[in-house]
Design a protein around this ligand. Structure first.
Ligand code: BDR
Ligand code: CA
Length: 305
């Protein structure tokens, strides 16, 4: 059983990542969900996380809100998730509210209480995780691992150079990459191959009430850059935690560009140019058929509950 703490901004693909966790109870012990302003405002990402906790039967896992905006400069939002953050999906209103306190304190306290046990999964802007590093630098030693969906060594999706989570808070991303741990970067290089095409949709349709979330969610989440269907980026980071053998990963040095006019938020990736010590493990390939087998099996288990 791996303990995971997910920091997220639901977000349609964040919802699909949470659904993967919910369907993987035998392998993952979810210790907390923290929220960050990102795809939509913090009030909405938190409301969506609360609704998802109940819809996905995530039990009593705490949902703790965190940072509303980036460390510096302006806020960036992702219109592809619609005004609510969940596209056309409408979930029942949650009965329970968020936990008291702030996500940054929750992250620090959770890691302090279980050193070496918790894998951090960051699938939104990295504001909360950067602040946790600044508030208590020992989180870097205490985390078992850190896996993020973000960045790319080939292209961006919100600008030609920058992926959304990196662009939304480049200073935070720079802090996280430079903290002294090895960040597993599951970026656009692989997530853009995790496309919900018609064959995948056909496999999702029989999933009962879960299909109400997965099918319209997937259908409405279509980025302009995707030809065949939406790519469910954030679920890839959770899939990595569940089964790293789905991915090919290469050590590299990743620096986040914070100053560039055209390149702000770019994850500049050095695979072996300078000989510096790697600070990241960068996903370079995904076994797409096995990825979907894992996803659909987890969703099936969740639907059967
Ligand atoms: C990332 O940006 C967000 O819109 C998604 O939720 C995902 O985390 C993909 O670039
Ligand atoms: Ca996200």
């Amino acid at each position: 059983m791996k303990k995971v703490l997910i920091d997220c901004d639901p977000g349609i693909d964040d919802a699909l990542a949470l659904a993967l966790i919910a369907g993987s109870r035998d392998a993952l012990d979810l210790v907390g969900v923290t929220t960050v302003g990102g795809n939509v405002d913090l009030s909405l990402t938190t409301a969506n996380a609360l609704a998802l906790r109940e819809f996905l039967d995530l039990g009593d896992v705490p949902v703790t809100p965190g940072s509303a905006g980036a460390l510096l400069r302006h806020t960036v939002r992702a219109t592809v998730h619609g005004t609510s953050g969940l596209g056309t999906v409408v979930l029942p209103a949650p009965l329970r509210g968020p936990s008291p306190g702030h996500a940054v304190d929750f992250i620090v306290d959770a890691l302090r209480a279980a050193p070496g046990e918790i894998t951090l999964v960051g699938v939104g802007p990295l504001t909360n995780l950067a602040l946790a590093v600044r508030k208590e630098p020992r989180v870097v030693e205490w985390a078992r691992d850190i896996v993020i969906m973000g960045g790319s060594y080939t292209r961006g999706n919100h600008t030609p150079a920058a992926e959304f989570n990196m662009l939304a808070d480049p200073e935070a991303a720079a802090i996280v990459f430079e903290a002294g741990w090895t960040v597993t970067m599951v970026g656009l290089d692989v997530t853009l191959s995790a496309v919900v095409d018609t064959a995948v949709l056909d496999r999702m349709r029989p999933l009962g009430r879960l299909a109400e979330l997965l099918v319209p969610g997937a259908q409405s989440y279509k980025e302009v850059t995707d030809d065949d269907g939406p790519a469910i980026h954030d679920a890839c980071a959770v899939a990595y935690v569940l089964d790293p053998s789905l991915f090919t990963c290469v050590p590299a040095v990743v620096n986040v560009e914070t100053a560039g006019i055209h390149t702000r938020g770019m994850t500049v990736t050095d695979f072996a140019v300078t000989g510096r010590q790697a600070n990241a493990l960068v996903a370079t390939a995904l076994d797409v058929p096995r990825f979907w087998d894992l996803m659909i099996a987890a969703y099936g288990r969740l639907a059967a509950r």
